[in-house]
Design a protein around this ligand. Sequence first.
Ligand SMILES: Nc1ncnc2c1ncn2[C@@H]1O[C@H](COP(=O)(O)OP(=O)(O)O)[C@@H](O)[C@H]1O
Ligand SMILES: O=C(O)C1=C[C@@H](OP(=O)(O)O)[C@@H](O)[C@H](O)C1
Ligand SMILES: [Mg+2]
Length: 174
Amino acid sequence: MTLPIFLIGARGCGKTTVGQALAQAQGCQFVDTDSWLQDTAQQTIADIVEKEGWDGFRARETAALEAVTAPSQVVATGGGIILSDYNRRFMRENGTVVYLCAPVNVLAGRLEAFPEEGQRPTLTGKPISEEVSEVLASRDALYREAAHYVVNAAQPPAQVVAEIKAALQLACAS
Ligand SMILES: Nc1ncnc2c1ncn2[C@@H]1O[C@H](COP(=O)(O)OP(=O)(O)O)[C@@H](O)[C@H]1O
Ligand SMILES: O=C(O)C1=C[C@@H](OP(=O)(O)O)[C@@H](O)[C@H](O)C1
Ligand SMILES: [Mg+2]
């Protein structure tokens, strides 16, 4: 594999979890834009948003996306990366984009169990379930526009990895 693989989708769909497993299965490097950004800034996302607002975070996120993009990388992105036209085009033109799609109840259940508030400050100020529903409704079309493939992310991680590998192999074979 040479083109980078970009995993996109809502908070809690498993981009970070599945990305690590996919990279291991494919013998690729793994990088997460949120981890890269937080390590580089030496601050949590919650701190960055508090000091610089969401616009400041989004600018750093685009810089992270550009910095980590390299051949044979599996890139786990943050859930809002698709909000920028530039980011959507950049990923489609520089790699293979996979949308990890899961329903609101699955996403909300995972986020309620593992909120990771330093990495996921509230987007709307609303309770998790309401926020997930509202945010997914506003972003689903953007995930689909950016994606080359859509996979079912409500399955266990190993099955999500298998579905992505099958899609990528089909792509190579065609
Ligand atoms: N396919 C899955 N099945 C069950 N739990 C999952 C799955 N993918 C992720 N999780 C869990 O959901 C939480 C959020 O996963 P994460 O990979 O951080 O999502 P994202 O990076 O898309 O926000 C973690 O606690 C993780 O263990
Ligand atoms: O959906 C979003 O706007 C965000 C999702 C988070 O990443 P995960 O999708 O990995 O949780 C993180 O980038 C930031 O809190 C913003
Ligand atoms: Mg993540």
